[in-house]
Design a protein around this ligand. Sequence first.
Ligand code: SF4
Length: 93
Amino acid sequence: MEACQKCGACCKVLAMRVPKTDTMYREFFSARGLLFDAQDDEVLLVPSRCQYLTPENKCQVYDVRPDICRLFPKGNSYLPMGCVFRARNKSAP
Ligand code: SF4
């Protein structure tokens, strides 16, 4: 298993899948400057820096962090740009 490089990418963005058929929502989000993933244009990226992430990309609540953080990247269908797990997993979106 690869080691986390502590880039903090997973703590700075929320990813939402917005199918191409949802043109109303896609236009709504695009009009507000939100971007889709460069490699999967159905994944909308919502900047959302976690309040517990330090400027040094350390988690201030690491010992009691939520399960979604504790399990990452397992069970996560989206790996953010810059994440070492995405870079090493060519099949990841
Ligand atoms: S709780 Fe910690 S691991 Fe989870 S998103 Fe926030 S900073 Fe990242």
